[in-house]
Ligand binder design. Sequence first.
Ligand SMILES: [Zn+2]
Length: 253
Amino acid sequence: MKEIVDSHVHVSLLPFEGWESMALAGVRKIIGYSLFFGAKHAETLFDHFHQMLTLSMSNAAKNGIKLYVAIGIHPMGIPDDWPRVIGALPSYLKMSGVIGLGEIGLHEGNKREQEVLHEQLKIAKEYRVPAIIHTPPQNRVEITEKTIEIAASVGMEPGKMIIDHANLDIIDLIEDFGAVPGLTIRQEGFTSQLLLNHLERFQRGVLNSDYSNLKPNDPLSVPKTVRYLELNGASPEVIARIARYNAEEVFGV
Ligand SMILES: [Zn+2]
């Protein structure tokens, strides 16, 4: 399959060779998300957003990849003066190439994270843009339920929410709410094999690598998954949906 979309990449952490390899493997569009681990100041995030909109855009173009960017406050890097970032988000949403808010969500699930998520979802709702939501490795069911509760309380349209790092434990919660499952392929946990075995339950999803430097990651995990599914007899139509069309639809790209 050609024209692959990787729907979750922390592009500022992607080396130039990563862009090149992804392009050679058939990735044509990337949705890039902000994440500045341990950010302490609003300015740190403003510079981070600026870098995505300049250097990352240029690296994408040099490799024939279309990059669409989402900006926001990731729960692993909430600045002390985070309300200043919230105040600036609407002006970023007006910039060309910015398609939504992400990666946002709860990591530990504490009150501060909940407040930051609540304020960001209010903006996503008001500007009718997609919101890409993180789920953590621990307390997953409880935290996904809390996330959905916050989204419902601000009246966020479920179909504009991508709840990422889906797995068998939370897929029913995501589906019942009507959100789009993000399918992050990893060497452990949510693997290509697990996806193949439960393909029907995940067919509304959007494949991604979640490339970052937080843990071992593979920028080619989406093309490799496509190849694995093709070689193991999965429906070409379902492969095309999770590796391209579902993402194009929800992000409007
Ligand atoms: Zn991520």
